[in-house]
Design a protein around this ligand. Structure first.
Ligand code: ATP
Ligand code: MG
Length: 567
């Protein structure tokens, strides 16, 4: 099924950025629309980045354009090849197959690097110096801040072009210590917009760069490198988040003051994604990883693309989410239930239904002889006829969910109780005759009888009972570690007040040994499963001979139910 095509092609979303692009296409302003997604390789991508990826690649697709993946790698001190590789893997997972088919692009295999332009960016800096529009400044970082805040001119502002050229060349040659000098644009010392107050263009920093090694000891600042990288790649629409709106005059100033021959790119801003019950800044995610509050960047509780993938979410579900939330100019918090809804909708369609018992309670069907095994038919996916059926073994000793039996049941308890009846899914109606306990009063097994005329789908199965529960055959069950993940934080805005770590959910992970129906021995990483009546599950990447399943998401929103109860 071409889900990939379907979810990105139609109906094309509409928002203010797409309206702008559509206007430009109508007036043939550019030969081709060209966007980019420019992550800094200083951490793993998160779901906010997914929104940006879908926007930029989506626009390229809808308007017959191109989109570049570009590593915005101008700050070697914080960057690492590990992050370059994780970004490639994550972009490839999210849109790789789609982009190749729809755009003829393999963005993750051939990313662009801002560092590839260091020579040209250096020459642009020289050009600004020659035009008297940049100067070398010897103020300390603290003094520079102080002067800029006060709207005061640097005492080095009026250096001659010759002196600036000489000093800048020597900065590049490594004659000065780190941080001792910078190159600054000469714009307006007391501009209302602080970004125009002679902003920094280059700094001295001896750091090994993951792409350029030790070739450079000066590195361009983000604001200088970004607009020029956009220009050099022929970007038409440089789309970023709202906090860059105040940088836009600087973006334009740099490009407009270099007498550039090609068409200039323009910057457009949209509201970043903030999602409830999580934190999104790379700094905070890094803190969770470094303080071992999670197992790594790809911990299934993390809002990173790699965490979301490991949890079992599909790229289609994440892309649908990114499309559904829309693009606006207003910052707000997206309810996490919107994401969870997209995940459930996707998994409901594709998951194979399986029987599994998380907290086993043994039952013995006393009127089924020992050694008797019967193969019963079970439906693989009621949402998809083509998924077919499978056989599940039924025998004398079974496991059911401990929760599905109550010795002293509350009213309207339609599962198993002493003397009560329940249907075993795909099998028979059973009756609980006896509760067996150990010396301490703990229930060790139930003794039941099956109504052998009540087989599901059988000629005499018409009799109905109110409850149906899941089960597995004890002798045939396979053991698996199941990891029950829940939200990482207990409040919608963990970073609204004080230390976000105080809101970590102490119950965000529970690990159990479950009993699974035997067909799950052959579970594959590419398949999604619904353990019936429980939740959606996917194999963990570390699953091997010992099966490990991650709970991707519960069948229903238990948080909404809790919130409802509380109010
Ligand atoms: P963070 O602020 O989370 O640390 P960042 O903005 O520093 O992230 P970059 O690697 O610079 O991360 O981001 C790459 C691109 O992704 C930028 O264009 C940025 O605007 C966009 N982006 C980052 N965070 C979000 C978000 N939460 N929602 C939408 N787009 C985002
Ligand atoms: Mg950034």
């Amino acid at each position: 099924m071409s889900l990939e095509k379907q979810d990105l092609a139609a109906p094309a979303p509409s928002d203010f950025i797409r309206d702008i692009v559509a206007g430009h296409v109508a007036e043939k302003k550019y030969p081709q629309i060209h966007t980019r997604f420019p992550p800094e390789p200083n951490g793993y991508l998160h779901i906010g980045h997914a929104k940006s990826i879908c926007l930029n690649f989506g626009i390229a697709h809808e308007f017959g354009g191109v989109c570049n993946l570009r590593m915005d790698d101008t700050n070697p001190a914080k960057e690492d090849i590990e992050y370059v590789e994780s970004i490639q893997a994550d972009v490839n997972w999210l849109i790789g197959g789609w982009a190749e088919k729809e755009l003829g692009l393999t963005p993750a295999k051939a990313p662009f690097y801002a560092s590839d332009y260091f020579d040209q960016i250096y020459e642009f800096a020289v050009a600004l110096i020659k035009k008297g529009k940049a100067f070398v400044c010897d103020l300390t970082p603290d003094q520079t801040d102080e002067y800029r805040r006060a709207g005061k001119a640097s005492p080095f502002r009026d250096r001659s072009v010759e002196e600036n050229l000489d000093l800048f060349t020597r900065m590049k040659a490594g004659e000065f210590p780190d941080g001792s000098r910078v190159l600054r644009a000469k714009i307006i010392v007391d501009a209302p917009n602080i970004w125009l107050r002679d902003p920094l263009l280059y700094r001295i920093k001896r750091a090994d760069h993951h792409q350029t090694g030790d070739k450079w000891c000066i590195y361009p600042m983000y604001d200088f490198a970004h607009c020029l990288s956009d220009y050099l790649e022929g970007i038409t629409h440089s789309i970023c988040t709202l906090e860059f709106e105040v940088h836009r005059p600087l973006y334009d100033w740099i490009l407009e003051n270099l007498d550039l021959p090609k068409t200039l790119p323009h910057q457009y801003e949209f509201a970043r994604l903030s999602l409830g019950y999580t934190v999104m800044s790379k700094r905070k995610l890094m803190q969770l990883v470094e303080e071992k509050l999670v197992t790594g960047w790809d911990d299934p509780r993390m809002p990173t693309i790699s965490g979301i993938r490991r949890r079992g979410v599909t790229p289609e579900a994440l892309r649908n989410f990114a499309y559904n939330i829309g693009i606006t100019k207003y910052n707000g918090i997206t309810d996490v239930s919107v994401l969870e809804h997209a995940i459930r909708e996707d998994l409901n369609k594709r998951s194979l239904r399986r029987l599994a018992v998380l907290r086993p309670l043994k039952i013995v069907i006393t009127n089924v002889p020992a050694g008797h095994v019967e193969e019963l038919d079970a439906v693989n996916n009621p949402e998809d006829e083509t998924a077919g059926k499978r056989k599940i073994p039924f025998s004398r000793e079974l496991f059911i969910e401990r929760d599905d039996f109550q010795e002293v049941p509350p009213p309207k308890f339609f599962r198993l109780k002493p003397g009560g009846e329940v249907r075993l899914k795909y099998a028979y109606i059973i009756k609980c005759d006896e509760v067996v306990k150990d010396a301490s009063g703990h229930i060790t097994e139930l003794r039941c009888t099956a109504d052998l005329d009540s087989k599901t789908g059988g000629a005499t199965s018409a009799r109905k009972v109110k409850g149906t529960i899941h089960w597995v055959s004890a002798a045939h069950a396979v053991d698996a570690e199941v990891r029950l993940y829940d939200r990482l934080f207990t409040v919608p805005e963990p970073d609204a007040d004080g230390d976000f770590r105080q809101h970590l959910n102490p119950h965000s992970l529970e690990v159990l040994t479950a009993k699974l129906e035997p067909s799950l021995k052959d579970a594959t990483a590419a398949t999604r499963y619904q353990f019936e009546r429980l939740a959606y599950f996917a194999l963990d990447k570390d699953s091997g001979n010992n099966l490990i399943f991650n709970r991707t998401i519960t069948l229903k929103d238990t948080w909404a139910k809790e919130a409802h109860k509380a109010s």
